[in-house]
Structure formats: C-alpha cells, structure tokens
Design a protein around this ligand. Structure first.
Ligand SMILES: NC(=O)c1ccc[n+]([C@@H]2O[C@H](COP(=O)([O-])OP(=O)(O)OC[C@H]3O[C@@H](n4cnc5c(N)ncnc54)[C@H](OP(=O)(O)O)[C@@H]3O)[C@@H](O)[C@H]2O)c1
Length: 326
C-alpha cells in the first residue's frame, strides 16, 4: 500500500515521506479497512513535530481518523467484509495510507447518506463537541455559547452542536471569508476577532452579561480575552492551543467573577470512561439523522498531498475539515 511515514521529527513538510509499505494484516479482534478518506487534525501536525502529548515511536504513520470499507476481518472481530465504518487507527499506524488496521470494537457505522469526507472527520471532531458542550460545559438551552475559531474543525462542529442544543451561538473567526462560513453554519452572531474588538462586541451582543459557555480551541490571547467576557457562573472550555501559547488563569479572577475554567481532553475518555464514547457517538448519529448537523468539509486533497493539507491547517488556511482521499 502507499502510505506516509515520519522517520525523524520536524515540520510535516520536511519529515513526511510518501512510499510503499507492506499491506498490514488484521490481528485478533481487528479489521483491515480500505481508507476512503482520512481527516486531518491539528494534532497530526503536533505529532510530526514531537509536540503532542502522545509520542509514537519512529517511524510512524500519522492520521487520527478515517472512514472506509472493511476488506479483511481478524479472528473474533465482530465485523464483516463490506461494512462501511469510521474510527481512529492506533496512534502511529494511522490513516494517511491506503489501508489501516482498527480494533473492530472501536469502529462505528459510517452514517447513511454521509460522504466519505464528512464521515472521516466526524468522530474526533463531533465527539469533542458533545463531550465539551453537553458533558463538561453543561450547556443549557437558552444560554449564550461563544465559539472561537468557529470556521475551523472542532469550532464548526461546536457551532452546529450548540445550535442543536438550543443555545444562542456567537462564533468568532479570522477574516471576512471565514466569518461568512460561520454564518453559513448557523451562528446567530459572528465576530471577526482579528479586526473587531472582541470584548466590546460580545458585551454588546449579550447586554453586558457575557457568554455562559466559551469553547476555546485557540488559547493564548484569545483565552485572556475570554476571561473578560465570561458570564456570572460561566464555563470556559479549554479545548486546545492552536494559537501556540498556554495562557494562565489567575485564580483571584476566577474567584471574583465566579466562573470555571474547564479542561476538555476528549481522548482521555477512551481509556478512563470508554462507555461514554459509545453514548456520544449515538448522540452524534442522532443529530445527523435529524438533520441537526451537516459536517463541513472545506477541502478534499489527494492522499499524495498530505504535507500541503497539514501546511494549510497549521497556517489558518482552512475551514471545516481538510480530508485526504487515497
Ligand atoms: N481537547 C480535545 O479533546 C481536542 C480534540 C480535537 C482537537 N483539539 C484541539 O483543537 C484545536 C483545533 O483543532 P482543529 O484540528 O479543529 O483545527 P482548526 O480549528 O481547523 O484550525 C485551527 C484554527 O485555529 C485558529 N488559529 C488561531 N490562531 C492560530 C495560529 N497561531 N495558528 C494556527 N491556527 C490559529 C485558526 O482559525 P482563525 O483563522 O479563524 O483564527 C485556525 O483555522 C487544536 O489545538 C487541537 O489540538 C482538542
């Protein structure tokens, strides 16, 4: 099969090598999947750089989530050849390849009517949204949800899930084109946080109250501004650090304004509370079946262009999910 591999850590464009590897075989409980689409995630960049919390041994193949068709079934795996599935290959043996091996128990049905690109980006992105908003953030109908980087992967999902949960959604994004995308996703209000005064705009839009829940995949300066527009008893959900800096939360400010800074590490639930993953996937499948979500695929590139896809993702050049198609 053709696949990407990383033999030394560095920028994806410098260290990704495209070549031919032996076809993998499914072990007991595993399935071999012909990849129809592999979604790119920010952690794919961090893994190549050696800056992600999980560090697979070299050489490794990136690619955290895929959609595809089962082409071989290992002993005891509850699956059949021809099943259309989505899921995450084990770290280091990823989806930037024509074939991937997954544990059958951690695959999910590729929802009826969804394109391969949409299905490939559904799992991590929408599970993170449900975990963050419903479980960690306790978002209630009628509350105001502020979503940063709302045109991006996890951000676009959070806008759609927040709307489906009955929240009033304010989305932020960098630049007029991205703001247009956020509007198209169904956000009630949009703020261009690169050219507008974020704090003044959010206060104006909320009658000075601020947002009850803030979904923050950017961190750094954006987190610092979020602290100024979080409502009484609000929750700032720490999703990621696309801006590159880990911000500090002064505890006196947290106390005086009566808000919570809530960490969200969706992947941790896969080991700490795996039953949640099934529960949240059922929520996501139901949202799709009801027409409440429509995953945004901003670009589909051939598998051979993985470095270009990750370059765009790391340089603010994407909307929704970027997917690779073998
Ligand atoms: N906690 C979890 O369980 C979990 C799960 C999935 C992903 N994440 C994290 O969520 C973050 C977003 O991931 P994603 O894959 O969905 O990416 P993405 O949001 O599609 O792309 C990142 C976006 O962040 C914004 N951004 C602001 N400053 C940036 C900078 N200096 N460099 C690059 N981007 C910048 C850009 O949007 P604008 O141009 O609109 O500012 C950019 O499009 C990552 O940090 C990722 O690790 C966390």
């Amino acid at each position: 099969m053709r696949a990407w591999q990383v033999h030394a850590l560095g920028e994806p464009a410098d260290v990704l090598e495209y070549g031919v590897l032996p076809d993998p075989r499914p072990g007991p409980g595993q399935v071999l999947v012909a990849v129809h689409a592999a979604a790119c995630n920010f952690p794919d960049i961090l893994v190549c750089q050696g800056r992600y919390q999980e560090k697979p041994p070299l050489p490794f193949t990136p690619g955290l989530e895929i959609a595809g068709e089962v082409v071989a079934v290992g002993d005891g795996a509850r699956a059949a050849v021809g099943d259309r599935v989505l899921g995450t290959p084990p770290m280091g043996h990823g989806g930037f390849a024509e074939l991937a091996v997954l544990d059958a128990a951690s695959t999910f049905p590729w929802p009826e009517g969804m394109t391969a690109g949409q299905a490939a980006g559904l799992f991590i992105t929408y599970q993170t949204g449900v975990c963050a908003l419903a479980h960690r953030g306790r978002l209630a109908s009628g509350e105001t949800l502020l979503v940063h980087a709302a045109a991006g992967g996890v951000g676009s999902a959070a806008v759609q899930i927040g709307r489906a949960m009955g929240a009033r959604v304010i989305g932020t994004a960098g630049g007029p084109e991205k703001c247009e995308v956020v509007r198209g996703l169904g956000a009630d209000e949009v703020v261009d946080y690169r050219s507008e005064d974020l704090v003044a705009r959010v206060k104006e839009l909320t009658g000075g109250r601020g947002a009850e829940v803030i979904f923050d995949p950017v961190g750094g300066d954006v987190f610092d501004l979020s602290r100024r527009v979080v409502a009484f008893e609000g929750r700032i959900l720490v999703i990621g650090f696309a801006g590159g800096r880990f911000a500090d939360a002064p505890t006196n400010h947290v106390l005086v304004k009566n808000y919570a800074v809530v960490g969200v590490h969706w992947g941790f639930y896969r080991t700490m509370a795996p039953a949640r993953i099934d529960e949240w996937q059922a929520v996501v499948a139901d949202l799709w079946a009801r027409g409440a979500i429509d995953p945004l695929v901003g670009a589909e590139l051939p598998l051979a262009e993985a470095p270009e896809a990750l370059r765009r993702l790391g340089s603010r050049g994407t909307t929704g999910k970027v997917v690779l198609v073998p």
